[in-house]
Design a protein around this ligand. Structure first.
Ligand SMILES: Cc1cc2nc3c(=O)[nH]c(=O)nc-3n(C[C@H](O)[C@H](O)[C@H](O)COP(=O)(O)O)c2cc1C
Length: 316
């Protein structure tokens, strides 16, 4: 696997990226992932500049393996976060929710790798043209913010693999080795996994968050905020109120009133485990999460399942 072009580009053993996740992917999770042979990612989207600096320092103390910093470009201070990481010698960036034309000059250097998250073939071609090194193609199954295009990973991955000549990393709905094998068969060079990595010992998310994922069935996530900004979350009282209001044609003002303080809802989920009113971002793959285990064990399991899936397909 280390010979795969994505592994070579990133200097990792297995073609898996732990997705950057606001509130839940700090240095502890990222460091464990990097040590396990996949790409650990600090989710800078919910961090102050000082907190990001601290997280990068902790990464340096705890692992010598490559790691990335994820920066959602919607952050008004995205440039400052990026500059801080660059100045501290970070070499791999994963950006999302922004125009690659603005991001490339900001973060692409001769010695950096820039990966951009896109939800469409058009987005992939544009990112390639602007000079990113690889794209994450994220389907509608994914946890967290989602594209209004609503294209699923199964349909999106091969179309993007056909459209660009740079490495393609599939994301959304992948939680085990079968999913990894499936997207590799679709033409991807690797997978970015978010939701499954929350249910690990090293993830800082509250135990209730992890339990919600373990207990979740296939239909227990939903999209809220179609009129504002699409977000896939675990369906709880808060999410149900949003779904009902949206079904009944609520306008932006009414929806904003239900959401209240978004920062507090995310925080309540990740830090306080407030299962009724928190916003628990998670993907449809939550239904595949059955236990909370250490990252190293999870990675070993995914690779064993991947090998089994390949053998089973070969025997057909
Ligand atoms: C809790 C949570 C927070 C996320 N936050 C971010 C983020 O800050 N930036 C980003 O680019 N993607 C974010 N994502 C998307 C992940 O990086 C990843 O692409 C996605 O989780 C893959 O789909 P999966 O959840 O089905 O594995 C988030 C996902 C989750 C579940």
């Amino acid at each position: 696997m280390g010979e795969n072009r994505l592994c070579k580009l990133l200097g990792i053993k297995y073609p898996i990226i732990q997705g950057g996740m606001v509130w839940v992917s700090n240095w502890r999770l990222a460091s464990a992932c990097s040590d396990a042979g996949v790409l650990g990612t600090i989710g800078a989207g919910s961090m102050t500049v000082d907190l990001l600096r601290h997280n990068i320092e902790k990464m340096r103390e705890t692992t010598s393996a490559p790691f990335a910093v994820n920066i959602p470009m919607l952050r008004p201070d995205a440039a400052e976060l990026g500059k801080t990481a660059l100045d501290m010698g970070v070499k791999i960036f994963i950006t999302s929710a922004g125009n690659p034309a603005n991001i490339v000059p900001l973060l692409k250097r001769d010695d950096t790798v820039l990966i951009h998250v896109i939800p469409s073939v058009r987005g992939a071609i544009k990112a390639r043209k602007e000079g990113v090194d690889a794209v994450v193609c994220e389907g509608y199954e994914a946890g967290g913010h989602n594209s209004p295009l609503e294209i699923t990973t199964l349909a999106l991955t091969p179309q993007i693999a056909d459209a660009v000549d740079i490495p393609v990393i599939a994301a959304g709905g992948i939680a085990d080795g079968r999913g990894l094998a499936a997207v590799m068969a679709l033409g991807a060079d690797g997978a970015q996994i978010g939701t499954r990595f929350i249910a690990t010992t090293e993830c800082q998310a509250h135990e209730n968050y992890k339990k919600l994922l373990v207990d979740a069935a296939d239909s227990d996530t939903c999209i809220i905020g179609r009129k504002l900004s699409l977000l896939r979350v675990v369906r709880n009282d808060f999410a149900k109120r949003m779904e009902d209001a949206e079904r009944n044609g609520a306008d932006d003002k009414e929806l904003m009133k239900i959401i209240g303080n978004e920062f507090n809802r995310n925080r309540a989920a990740a830090f306080d485990g407030e299962t009724v009113e928190g916003a628990f971002q998670a993907g449809q793959s939550a239904g595949l999460v059955k236990d909370v285990i250490p990252v190293a064990e999870l990675v070993r399991r995914i690779i064993a399942e991947y090998d089994q899936a390949r053998t089973a397909l070969g025997a057909l």
